[in-house]
Structures are given as C-alpha cells and as structure tokens.
Design a protein around this ligand. Structure first.
Ligand SMILES: Cc1cc2nc3c(=O)[nH]c(=O)nc-3n(C[C@H](O)[C@H](O)[C@H](O)COP(=O)(O)OP(=O)(O)OC[C@H]3O[C@@H](n4cnc5c(N)ncnc54)[C@H](O)[C@@H]3O)c2cc1C
Length: 374
C-alpha cells in the first residue's frame, strides 16, 4: 500500500522534501499557512552558489542541487541563468586572498579564472576600474528568480508528481502521526516539518534545546534606466571573502579580516557583505546584512541600506539605478556550524531546517540525502 506523507511549509525546504518523498513512492500533501509561500525562499537573491560551499560533500550537494534546478527550469520554463560569479579585489589584501583561492580552487578541480584588472574591465564594463587589482571568476554559479520559480516549482511538483498543495492552511499542532489544522485532523505515515524561521512554533520545548537561531537580512532591488544595462555576472565585493565557508582555505584571510575589523567595523557589526544579482527582467537585487537573534526588530535600518550602497559604489557603477523595493528576510541558522538540521522529534515526525544562507543552493540534494536515511 502507498504510504502517505505530510510536509509543513512550501518554502524551498518543504518543496525539496516533498519532491524527495514523492520520488521514494510516498503520496505527499504539503500544508502552507499562507496563500502562497512568502518566506525566505522568495526573498533571496536566487543565487545557486557552489562557489560558497566548502570542498567535498557540501560542494557536491550544491552541484547536484544546481543540476536539479536546471532540469526543472528547462521543463517548466522559468529563467535559469548560468551567470557565474565575480569576486573583485580593490586592495592588496583582497588580491592576495583571491590569488590563494584561485590556486586552491584549481587544485580542487573547480572552474575558476584569475582575471587581471584589464580583463575584468574589458569583460565587465560596469565594474569600476579605480583601485581595482583583479578578480576571481567562477563559472558554476546560476541565478533563478525566486519570486517566479518557487510558485512555479510548486505547480510543477503538483502536475508531475501529484504532490497536493494545501495553501492557506496553518498547522497548529503535530502529535502521534496526526496533523491538526483549524478545521480537520490529518493522519500521515510520515510528517516532515519545514517551517523555516517559525521553527519554535511546533515542538517549542524541543527547539529551546537546539543550536538554532534566526538571521535577519536587509535587501534592495533596483532597475537601471539604461535598458541595456548588464552586469554580465553575479558580483561580490571583497567583504564577501570573509562570509563563505569555502574561502576559509585562504591563509591570508585572517589578515584581511583584521583589516576590515580596523577599517570598517560598522560593516562587520551589521554583518554586511555586498552582492548583486541580475534577473531576467534586468532587475538588480542587492544585499545584504546579517543580524542574529531569536527576536528581530521588524523595522529595517536606513543606515544598513546606506552602508550597503556606499560599499557597492566602490566597485559597481550605479548612476542609472532607481530603487524599486527594499525588504528583509529571516532564516533559521544553526549555531554549531552544521549545514542543516534533520531531526526526528517524535516517531515518524522529522524537522528539516537550518539551511541558513544556502537553502536555495543546497535544499534539493540535501533533501534527497536525508530522506534516504529514513
Ligand atoms: C535575504 C535572503 C537572501 C538569501 N539569498 C540566498 C541565495 O541567494 N542563495 C541561497 O542558496 N540561499 C539564500 N538565502 C537562504 C534561503 O533563502 C533559505 O535558506 C531558504 O529559503 C529557507 O527555506 P525554508 O523553506 O526553510 O524557509 P521559508 O522559505 O521561510 O519557508 C517556510 C515556510 O513554512 C511556512 N510555515 C511556517 N509555519 C507553518 C505552519 N505552522 N503551518 C504551515 N506552514 C507554515 C511559512 O509560511 C513558509 O512559507 C537567502 C535568504 C534570505 C533571507
């Protein structure tokens, strides 16, 4: 007899788990409290970002997930753009780190190029030349537009795998293979909770003991008045070098971190590093900051957006840009350094969460792996 499963939450984690369960033969229902997913999964850059993942299993999961995005995007018809990524260096210390990363990544077999100042300016005319040393280009990164891709992904999973989505249905309680909504009790052989930053609302006493917190990020979106404006890749300023795990292999990273601590403490205290992605509509998504805690101020800080823009203007021409939107997003972040949490909270009830800043990059393959362990 076919087993049935219930997934709570229709963000990327819930979609990836629903897909993985369905491929294992489960009949899957996904309950999402909102009328459409409006959490972290539609508020992000849409960066599918293997470059940020450490060598080994994390990098492999990112590459596998990327393949799944690419395959589904092709079938469904939402934009999937293999932009690659460019990390730019504007001082000696950043350039040193970038050269070390290039050596290390080449030895790992990653597709990277070390670009001189001249090559960067030639290839990417929107990059500022003043004080530029050079850049690291990686060919593996891709951009999807999450605001389109997440709802289309749910429709695709419904049509191709018969996964049933129940939008506007909040899960109030889970117990003994039963899931409670306001009007009904649903039974399932397996339940997986993917409730993102609302992790403490189900099984609160268990969550109190877990190494998990919440991270709030501020973001902005711009459109250039020049219809042909094209950044040509996804852009990252030097501050991103101290953000991703995969960059820890650079021996000079400590020196660079100390330089930032001395010269730009206000950036470090807000957890700011600056990246830009461009979607198929030409819109430019810019972020971000990282503030940690269980309760966040709901208001955005103008100072953070100003710092982000000031830093961005060091490396990217923004004169023709108009601000379209600003917003914040919150995700669950593990404090023990793990890349995700997959925990059995009672028999046949699991929680999948804590994907941090890499949920779009890692969810699909990670979900397949964790479902394999059941
Ligand atoms: C600003 C920002 C930028 C980012 N950029 C990137 C990026 O470029 N690349 C990348 O790889 N990652 C990025 N991330 C991280 C990524 O977006 C997250 O890791 C991922 O979206 C988390 O997915 P999730 O499904 O766990 O959470 P969410 O997307 O928040 O989904 C959780 C869902 O559960 C639902 N829910 C909660 N409680 C209940 C309940 N009781 N009943 C029913 N439904 C419920 C919510 O309504 C929500 O829809 C970024 C994150 C942010 C915030």
């Amino acid at each position: 007899m076919t087993k049935n499963a219930i997934v709570v939450g229709a963000g990327i984690a819930g979609l990836a788990i629903a897909r993985a369960l369905s491929l294992k033969g489960y009949q899957v229902d996904v309950f999402e409290r909102s009328e459409r997913a409006v959490g972290a999964s539609i508020r992000n850059f849409g960066m599918i970002w293997p470059i940020g993942q450490a060598a080994g299993i994390q990098y492999e999961l990112a590459m596998r997930s990327k393949g799944i995005w690419q395959e589904i995007a092709k079938k469904v018809g939402f934009g999937y753009n293999q932009t690659g990524s460019l990390h730019v260096a504007y001082n000696n210390e950043e350039w040193e780190v970038i050269q070390e990363l290039y050596e290390s990544f080449i030895s790992e077999g990653r597709i990277v190029e070390l670009l001189s100042k001249e090559l960067v300016i030639n290839k990417f005319p929107e990059i500022k030349s003043k004080n530029l040393f050079g850049a690291l280009y990686s060919g593996t990164e891709a951009i999807i537009n999450p605001r389109l891709a997440i709802p289309l992904m749910a429709s695709y999973l419904n049509e191709s795998l018969n996964i049933q989505f129940k939008f506007g249905k909040s899960i109030l309680h889970v117990e003994n293979n039963l899931v409670f909504t306001t009007d009904k009790i649903h039974q399932a052989d397996l339940i997986v909770i993917c409730n993102g930053a609302d992790f403490e609302t189900l099984y609160p006493s268990i969550f109190q003991l877990q190494p998990i917190t919440k991270c709030k990020l501020q973001m902005m979106r711009f459109k250039s008045r020049d219809a042909n404006y094209d950044i040509g890749t996804s852009l990252c300023g030097g501050l991103s070098l101290i953000h991703y795990d995969s960059f820890k292999v650079a021996p000079s990273l400590q020196k660079l971190t100390e330089k930032y601590q001395q010269e730009m403490p206000e950036y470090l205290s807000h957890g700011i590093h600056v990246m830009v992605s461009q979607n198929e509509l030409g819109e430019l998504t810019v972020g971000d900051s990282h503030l940690y805690g269980l309760t966040h101020d709901p208001f955005d800080q103008a100072e953070i957006n100003m710092l982000i823009l000031k830093y961005l203007q060091n490396f990217c021409s923004t004169k023709s840009w108009d601000l379209l939107q600003s917003w914040n997003g919150i995700y669950g972040k593990l404090t023990n350094g793990a890349s995700h949490m997959f925990m059995e909270v009672e028999k046949n009830v699991f929680v999948f969460n804590g994907l941090g800043s890499s949920g779009m990059t890692l969810s699909f393959a990670t979900a397949e792996n964790v479902i394999d362990t059941i």
